[in-house]
Write a protein of this length. Structure first.
Length: 94
């Protein structure tokens, strides 16, 4: 998977996430996309949402914090970070 261009990795991850509905493959594909294309904030947000859905709040929070750092002007990353804080009981950080 890592020998593909970054944009194809991101498309593949989205495919597994939204079309094939295979969260395990989606998580793997997002991880490869992030490792290959480290400035892509959207893959971090999408991976974080998958992990959050599995109750993995700590890693989801870390990914969302990285997404906000990479793209501070993007409200989607900030909104999802705040929602993750709320859902994990970290109300004072939301």
């Amino acid at each position: 998977m890592a020998d593909k261009p970054p944009h194809l990795l991101i498309i593949e991850a989205r495919y597994y996430d939204t079309v094939a509905l295979d969260p395990a493959k989606a998580v793997e594909a997002y991880r490869v996309a992030i490792a290959t294309f480290p400035t892509d904030y959207a893959s971090r947000v999408n991976l974080a949402l998958l992990l959050k859905g599995r109750g993995e709040f700590d890693e989801a929070t870390t990914l969302l914090q990285e997404a906000v750092r990479l793209a501070p002007e993007e409200p989607n990353a900030r909104l999802n970070l705040a929602a993750t804080y709320l859902d994990s009981g970290r109300l004072d950080e939301a």
